[in-house]
Design a protein around this ligand. Sequence first.
Ligand code: DAK
Length: 253
Amino acid sequence: MKFININIESNIAILTISRPKYLNALNQKLIEELSNKLDLIRSNEKIRVVIISGEGNKSFVAGADIKEFANFNKEEGELLSKNGHDYLFDKIANFNKPVIAAINGYALGGGLELALACHIRIASINAKMGLPECSLGLIPGYGGTQRLVRIIGESKASEMILTSKIVNAQDAEKIGLVSSIFNPDQLMHGAINLANACVKNSPKALEKAIMCINKNFDNMGLQFEQKAFGSLFATNEFKEGVSAFLEKRKPNF
Ligand code: DAK
């Protein structure tokens, strides 16, 4: 199965997440493939910037694949969280080149967390973003409780996480969740313009700047999040939340 398309345009690698039937939800194979592609890009000096987007005009990534983790227990949940961090989310956050998320529709749960791990986020005006995990009996497990707070501040982040609120592109720009918004047909053009602005700069300076920007980030918080995430897999509320999604009904907590 091939879930990631890669296009190289001069010094820019455009990675498109392609599982449109499921709104590009992240399963383990997709995470592994994206991780492998990033490993190849890391050591390719010709590539100076990465853009990540989703296939189609409806979704960037609608979250982690709920069907895949529906029957996980606590240990499997914790392991899934750790693997996701190591293979993908931390890899992107600490990447040696700028990574731009071009959010072209739904960025929910793990999908928004993927965008939060990127260094720059832009969105199309039809994008919708949120961390609805608490509505499934879970918490954001791929760094969302840490990175969202850091990016938009505790007040707005707590509101989004605790109410499972979904924000539109205009509000996301206002609160600094994305740096700019575009008409859908202009989004990739906007991302490439940003990428070209980075390409003009010194690659070594960009790598160090990313390291410095990340320096204050608290890894203890991420580890704590992994444990808390895993522990929820042992609860009946998680089973109810996920069953409700699969049965297309509202959960009864
Ligand atoms: N997982 C699996 N399938 C998904 C999905 C998802 N996150 N989102 C959508 N799909 C599937 C739908 O089930 C449907 O499949 P079929 O029923 O056709 O088989 C297909 O994609 C089309 O979706 P809809 O028919 O629902 O499309 P609508 O336009 O009606 O609605 C929607 C679009 C985005 C509002 C809706 O699909 C939706 O609410 N999706 C779920 C959004 C969500 O709750 N996302 C957060 C998921 S929880 C972890 C760390 C983090 C996480 C997990 C693990 N570890 C550390 C282990 C993160 C968790 C999440 O991301």
